[in-house]
Design a protein around this ligand. Structure first.
Ligand code: ADP
Length: 232
């Protein structure tokens, strides 16, 4: 089954820069996909269009039956509830504990308290942070903080987890741990994962699907790829 269908997408920013040219990508449910490319190749633009931070200038982006490109601004929250998003810089709330950071999203949408507890503890366990449930972000390493951000992103059981350079601030060991956490989530829950990255070691070790962007165009699409320096 297909989760994402990107058809003929172009993105031109107001200043006249075209960031994406005629992009066509299909992604199956349960896939784990890396998006790689040099700086300015369009990775962030693609990622932002998936969660409707940016709109395509033309073309279609269908995610789980929703045409994201056409979605009204007033309906964007519905899309976001079905997605999990992880950024390079964690974006945790410093005055809340690990538990509270993860539970927050569910509280906002009015989930029952018993359900919040069950789901929050499950997500924290899935990222291997059970022992730190009551800690605050500043008592955690960068890798642990990113794991909290991942738990927060999956607490609502999203169909799609979007990760924009999630290991960008981490050393190689911690980066590998984070990707193993993501791989485990992908395998145990079937959540589809799209991850934009510069991290060669990770891409080479994981042997997942690799999409290569260059100057706004998809130039390679490998089934079990590597970090293709020559294509970039
Ligand atoms: P990457 O994430 O691969 O570094 P981006 O998607 O950020 O690439 O950028 C692709 C191109 O679009 C670049 O030329 C960049 O300067 C341009 N760009 C990105 N964001 C904007 C914006 N908000 N306004 C205008 N141009 C932008």
């Amino acid at each position: 089954m297909e989760l994402i269908n990107i058809k003929g997408v172009n993105k031109r920013y107001k200043n006249g820069v075209t960031a994406i040219y005629d992009l066509n990508i299909r992604i199956k449910k349960g896939d784990f996909v890396f998006v790689i490319g040099g700086s300015g190749s369009g990775k962030s633009t693609l990622i932002k269009m998936l969660y409707r931070e940016e709109k395509p200038t033309s073309g279609q982006i269908v995610i789980g039956g929703i045409n994201v490109a056409k979605l009204r601004n007033s309906k964007v929250y519905k899309l976001r509830r079905r997605l999990g998003i992880v950024f390079q810089d964690y974006r945790l709330l410093p005055k809340l504990t690990v538990y509270e950071n993860v539970a927050f999203t569910l509280e906002v949408i009015g989930t029952k308290k018993s359900e919040i507890k069950r789901r929050t503890l499950k997500a924290i366990e899935l990222v291997g942070l059970k022992a730190k449930t009551r800690n605050y972000p500043d008592q955690l390493s960068g890798g642990e903080q990113q794991r909290v951000a991942i738990a927060r992103a999956i607490v609502n059981s999203p169909k799609l987890l979007i990760c924009d350079e999630p290991t960008g601030n981490l050393d190689p060991d911690m980066s590998m741990e984070i990707v193993k956490v993501l791989d485990n989530i992908n395998k145990t829950t079937g959540t589809t994962i799209i991850m934009a990255t510069h991290d060669k070691d990770i891409v080479n070790k994981m042997k997942k699907r690799v999409l290569v962007l260059k100057d706004g165009r998809l130039v390679r699409d490998y089934e079990k790829g590597k970090y293709d320096n020559e294509a970039i």
